[in-house]
Design a protein around this ligand. Structure first.
Ligand code: NAD
Length: 326
């Protein structure tokens, strides 16, 4: 059934691809973004589509969120992706990170409640803080270190509080679901100093400079191609009921990722190989304080509840991203 969908953070890396997917599925989509980190060019494939409209606005303002509903007279579904992401920001502007992420979630939840809309929150594995237990389960407990030494968890703790706010809304009757993407990568990913690791490594290759590796490079991550991430968001918003026999999707948390774990050193070698730039090599540097050494998802809940599974392996995804970049 055609739905009226609001996507916040629509001009961002994941948000823009999600908007494309929702339009392709026949939904009416309104996107909102303040271009803090996103770009209008990300919307070029859909901006003139009759079922897509875009509103430049701030998700910390209820008035600006409500303005998105002027034409559609409300929404059936809100995908809330607007947030400040990118490790450098967590340390440099923690107050802005917390304000955007927490207030933005509270305001969009309030709006969703007023429209009677289903709500999907983009949370993060960072909401688990410094938890060492792996893999990270759907309902894993979070653990945060003292805030005295660094500000990294301005982001992770804000995502944790976002989840608390969503669970409270569920108790108040909102149909809300939580998606935690684990290290998405693909076209449109930022590669500047405020970007994320795969984007930054490919940027080094494009700039013909050695790939910078932080903190020794022995730390691991599990990367997920953008199409798999978008599929997770799409299913979390689209399905009325779980595909298994669980009672409801509301209040559930879905880790969306792969178990294909790789060190940063090996990742750099893959990226040099896929771009045939082995000669550039790597250089090592100190990283940001507080970076976790390992982050592995347990995606059982997404597989059984949403019928989701990852389709694109890392080598294939890196190849696709490189084909796009050049
Ligand atoms: N990319 C990942 O691997 C990853 C992992 C975990 C969680 N997430 C979460 O998924 C969501 C999307 O991530 P992304 O990688 O696409 O990030 P992104 O930075 O590309 O997208 C976020 C968008 O939100 C916009 N935005 C920021 N503040 C805003 C405000 N006040 N009002 C309106 N728009 C605002 C930005 O301009 C940007 O376009 C975020 O909530 C992020 O925390 C992403």
């Amino acid at each position: 059934m055609t739905q009226r969908v609001l996507v916040t953070g629509a001009a961002g890396f994941i948000g823009s691809s999600l908007c494309e997917r929702l339009i392709a599925e026949g939904h009416t989509v309104v996107g909102i973004d303040n271009f803090f980190r996103g770009s209008r060019s990300h919307l070029s494939t859909i901006e003139s589509h009759p079922e897509f409209s875009f509103y430049e606005g701030d998700v910390t303002s209820l008035k600006e969120i409500q303005a998105c509903a002027e034409v559609t007279k409300g929404f059936d579904l809100v995908h809330h992706l607007a947030a400040i992401n990118g490790t450098k920001w967590f340390h440099e502007t923690p107050r802005h990170v917390m304000e955007t992420n927490i207030i933005g979630t509270l305001r969009t939840l309030e709006a969703a409640e007023s429209w009677g809309a289903r709500y999907v929150l983009a949370s993060s594995p960072e909401a688990f803080g410094d938890t060492k237990t792996m893999p990270l389960l759907e309902e894993q407990s979070s653990m945060f270190p003292s805030a005295h030494s660094h500000q990294r968890f301005s982001y992770g703790a804000s995502k944790y509080l976002d989840e608390v706010a969503v669970q409270h809304a569920v108790r108040c009757g909102v149909d809300a679901r939580i998606v935690r993407p684990f290290n998405a990568y693909g076209p449109r990913m930022l590669g500047d100093a405020y970007g994320q690791v795969i984007g930054m490594m490919f940027q080094s290759v494009l700039d013909e400079v050695p790939i910078l590796i932080h903190n020794g490079g022995g730390q691991t991550r599990c990367f997920s191609y953008i199409e798999d991430i978008v599929e997770g968001f799409f299913l979390a918003g689209e399905l009325d009921e779980a595909v298994d026999d669980s009672v409801t999707l509301s209040g559930r948390c879905f880790n969306i990722g792969t178990s294909e774990e790789i060190t940063m050193n090996d990742l750099a070698q893959h990226i040099l190989a896929v771009s045939s730039k082995e000669g550039l090599g790597t250089v090592h540097t100190e990283g940001h304080p507080g970076d976790s050494s390992r982050r592995v998802p347990d995606c059982e809940a997404a597989m059984t509840g949403l019928g989701w599974s990852p389709k694109v392996g890392l080598k294939d995804g890196l190849r696709r991203m490189w084909d796009h970049l050049r």
